[in-house]
Design a protein around this ligand. Structure first.
Ligand SMILES: Nc1ncnc2c1ncn2[C@@H]1O[C@H](COP(=O)(O)OP(=O)(O)OP(=O)(O)O)[C@@H](O)[C@H]1O
Length: 471
């Protein structure tokens, strides 16, 4: 069983001590770590409001308090508890009444172990989803992060990024896979490490880059092999998945997986089972999978290059990192960070960002995102300083240095041969179309779009807000 599910509590409430003991032993043998027993209803009734999210296995007929009273009280005071009624009475009326009062399910004694565990698993995952929803709503209302230290390596002030962190804090503790998407160099690897830290998992964070691995190398690296599995397999070898036990397996570039590697990964994610090369003995895994890609997996799925079932399985929780060009507020923050770092590492005097360079940085669209920004700073510092970067960026952005100091001065094309519709659009309509077009041409980069339109970035921003409110 999964580490996260097994650590949530199960409460058994029944006056039949022999049955309570038998349930207790069954649950322990299935890996439930936190099982608490109560042999009278009164005991649990007082504790109900404080009980942690989990599942309550509840007998209906007890001498002191009836199970139905406890069920009602649980619904009223602690909705994070899912109640499974377990009773010796097989009466449809009672079952219907319990379900109507909010019981998750109704089991009639004697309950065989398989039925008990299957029902418990369903009830537990329902309890966890409710817990997750509650935490999400709480976060939406209060904002802020529970553990900002988890994200200290990720430099950002961008609201979309902080919203991702909030969401991540909630889903990190679940056991389902996480898919991180975003262009190259946006920080997917960093984010995967943050998910692992926030998950509270006791095992290691192990990563594997799937790009360019053929099916055999992928399977051997991930699942290991037994002695004699292939010509050079003189000794058995454990795969990375074993090192990730109770931890996290980070699969980077998942969009590059071959079709047969996709099948193996699906089995691992779906059934938590894998086979070492050369062995037909299944092995169980409790690693949590985080996958990342800079490809458009949705298109790969539609083109039949990525399995549909795997796509939906890994897409349970999706985190999409925006490109750096959409995080204007982060560019200077990151530049200052890497500049300080490079000056210390290269033992150079501290340099600062000139207003002209700041302008250029806002205009450039960083196709390689943060990784590119970092290399640009280091290369410039090693090669002469920030003025080198100014030259380079001006070249890369295809904008003359002069025009950057005064964005209004961009050369304008002639407008004599424009085609005007008849009747003419209103000024507001024309303005809105022009702003849309500039943003499209500038790939969403507001500084660049503003330069094209010959207005300041603040003026463009004001117009965007005005247009948005009138739509
Ligand atoms: N917000 C950030 N703050 C600080 N460093 C960052 C940030 N985002 C990315 N980096 C740095 O940029 C580099 C690239 O980041 P990372 O490897 O996480 O990107 P990626 O999205 O996984 O790229 P790829 O798709 O190419 O694997 C790393 O050196 C990382 O430390």
């Amino acid at each position: 069983m999964d580490e996260q599910t097994s650590k949530h509590p199960v409460y058994i409430v029944d006056d039949d001590k022999a049955l309570t003991r038998s349930f207790y032993l069954t649950l322990k043998s299935f890996g439930y770590r936190d099982v608490k027993t109560f042999d009278n209803g009164r005991q649990v009734l007082d504790l109900l409001p404080e009980l942690e999210h989990g599942v309550l296995l509840l007998d209906l007929f007890m001498p002191d308090v009836s199970g139905e009273v406890i069920l009602q009280q649980a619904r009223d005071t602690n909705p994070g508890i899912q109640v499974v009624v377990v009773t010796g009475v097989d009466e449809t009326d009672t079952a219907v009444r319990c379900i109507k009062s909010g019981a998750f399910d109704y089991l009639v004694k004697p309950v065989d172990a398989d039925r008990l565990i299957t029902t418990l698993r369903r009830a537990m995952s329902h309890a966890l989803i409710l817990q997750q929803n509650q935490r999400l709503s709480r976060k939406l209302l209060t904002g802020g992060l529970d553990r900002p230290d988890i994200f200290q390596d990720i430099i950002t002030r961008n609201p979309k990024m902080t919203a991702i962190f909030s969401y991540l804090e909630v889903v990190a503790t679940m056991s389902d896979p996480v898919l991180i998407t975003g262009e190259t160099g946006t920080g997917k690897d960093l984010l995967a490490q943050a998910v692992h830290r926030a998950s509270g998992r006791t095992g290691a964070f192990i990563s594997l880059n799937a790009a360019g691995l053929d099916d055999n190398v992928f399977a051997d690296t991930l699942f290991g092999h037994v002695k004699g599995a292939f010509t050079d397999a003189r000794e058995p070898r454990k795969g990375l998945i074993e090192q990730a036990e109770n931890g996290t397996l980070f699969l980077d570039e998942i969009g590059d997986l071959s079709p047969s590697a996709q099948v193996k990964l699906l089995k691992l994610i779906q059934d938590h089972v894998y086979y070492s090369l050369g062995s037909d003995i299944p092995k169980a895994s409790k690693a949590r999978v985080i996958a990342a890609t800079n490809r458009d997996l949705e298109s790969s799925r539609k083109l039949g290059q990525f399995r549909e079932d795997l796509f939906y399985r890994i897409n349970t929780y999706r985190l999409h990192l925006p490109p750096l060009r959409e995080r204007g507020e982060d560019v200077l923050l990151l530049v200052e960070h890497y500049l300080a770092e490079a000056c210390i590492e290269l033992r150079l005097a501290r340099e600062h960002v000139s207003p002209r360079l700041a302008d250029l940085l806002q205009t450039y669209n960083f196709p390689g995102n943060v990784r590119e920004l970092r290399s640009l700073i280091y290369a410039a510092m090693a090669g002469g300083g920030m003025s080198v970067l100014e030259e380079k960026l001006a070249g890369l952005a295809g904008i003359a240095l002069e025009s950057c100091t005064n964005s209004v001065a961009l050369p304008r094309p002639g407008i004599d041969d424009w085609q005007y519709p008849n009747p003419l659009p209103s000024l507001e309509q024309a303005c809105s179309r022009l702003v849309d077009q500039a943003l499209r041409t500038a790939n969403g980069n507001q500084a660049k779009a503003a330069a094209m339109l010959g207005i300041s970035r603040q003026a463009l921003n004001k117009r965007i807000r005005k247009i948005a409110s009138s739509r």
